[in-house]
Design a binder for this molecule. Sequence first.
Ligand code: SF4
Ligand code: SF4
Ligand code: SF4
Length: 543
Amino acid sequence: MLRQLRFALIPAAIVLILLVQTTEACYSPHISGNISRTDLYVNESVTIMGRICPPADNVSVRVTFTRPDYTWIDRYVLTDNKTGEFSLSQSLDMAGYWNIFPIYGHMCDRLYANVTDPTADPDAEPIARPNLPSNRINYSVLTATVAIVGISIVALATGSRKKTRNISSLRLFVQIIFVFILFVGIFIDHQNMPWPAEQIAPHEVLVATNAFGVDMPDGLPVPTFGCYYPCGRTVTCALWQIQAYIYPFWEAGRGWGVNYDSSGIARLAVVFGGVILSSIILGRFWCGWVCPFGLFMDLVTRLRKAFNIRYRTVSDNTNVKLHQLSYIIMAIIIIVSVIFASQALAGSQLVPGTEDGGFVYTYFATPFCQVCPMKPLCVLSEGAVGIIRFEWIVGPTTGEFYQLGWYLTSINLIGLGLVIVTGFFFRRSWCRICPLGGLIAVFNRFPPFKWISGVRLEKVEEKCTKCGICKRVCPTQVKEVYDFKGGDVTTANCLLCLRCVEMCPEEGCLSFKVAGKTAFKSRNWLEEKSVWSSNDEGKKTNQ
Ligand code: SF4
Ligand code: SF4
Ligand code: SF4
């Protein structure tokens, strides 16, 4: 009993810290700002008021006013020595949505303003762009791209010659290519040049913003962590859309930098339609071959192997419970979003602070994204190669503990840290509880969807010698491939990574079928025995 209580202490401590915090608290260095108004006409001024914490002598802060076309104006202002407060005014010279960042060292806060032009003729030419800064090619992105793609090509070339690595190396190659497909916008800069620019790329380059007549300004949903927050995405994480379209963007109107002309219910219908269709067609193939966070988990596993450390396993019972947890997390996400949206859905506010500008609206909208480990991974990676300006992403992590803002939160970082540590010892640890993986599983592995699924893992009973290799090599400890006698052995927590197919030493015992046709099947890799000693074989299946 005491052992279980230990785990309750962590959330209890977090809740306690949240409760004792006040907005004015100053227990860690941070900067916070406010804006005099958020709706104004072009060339009118806004005043930014804020404070740094703790106050210090002769400290200046920078306030960056970012225009709708991603050019920006930098202003500097001296803070008050005693109170840390500052204030400055700026005229906004372009119609559209402005992001405004008060920046103190490597910390920042984010504000916005919506600027309209009262004289604008809807049919008139758009406002001419002001002088743009000269385009500097981002060589970090180009170098990183060449290195990553080069490694994947080498892995593909060497792995394809070995029966125990050919599917894995192909999978690594496909996973890497999908990262670039999902975020191809990083190669297109803010001046529409075909090169990545230093410091900033467009927030998104969406492949479609309309589906079946429904305005989808955040793009089409994908059932993987194609995260909403970094630059350059082409599609959007379905989990973000499910949350955001329930709350805060159930109603048409202004979102974070976009206009929603369509209703929340229409957008949600497209999201669920897209998730159901893609899950039926490809199932958790999305997890095994497409999801960038799945790739990251696989790389953590490769790191462990490089250190020659053996993986750990959880009991079968715990593994089942972890998988069930993914459905529970998904249900909690939807329930919390519905509670937050109660004003828009039912006309009465169930929790305070959900109004525009309220505490929940500011800090806890899209609640899962505030703990999701993918967000910090994406934005830190992009910051590291100069795609996102670094000071924009690290701010809130060094502010108040609960401060959940622009790109990153302390809780996100703690989550990513925990996932990396657990993922080092337990293969694909996050994927066992991932709500998005659970969502795909619901629409693929349970009747009636299961019967029409386009992808299957099949087993021929007569060929199975019960050697147990499939069970040992499975990254999510699926045991049904081993336990089931034969036929369709796909289960809800099977990622379709096909490692079991690759490592099964019985010719044709396991196969992966797409629309009824065999795409991959197990082969007798023991023929390659001369390459490894029998000990090596044991070691390979144990890692
Ligand atoms: S933070 Fe996570 S859940 Fe939110 S959009 Fe990014 S990947 Fe999706
Ligand atoms: S379970 Fe979640 S994190 Fe893992 S691969 Fe699937 S969508 Fe990505
Ligand atoms: S059962 Fe096979 S295909 Fe499914 S996750 Fe395990 S190793 Fe991969």
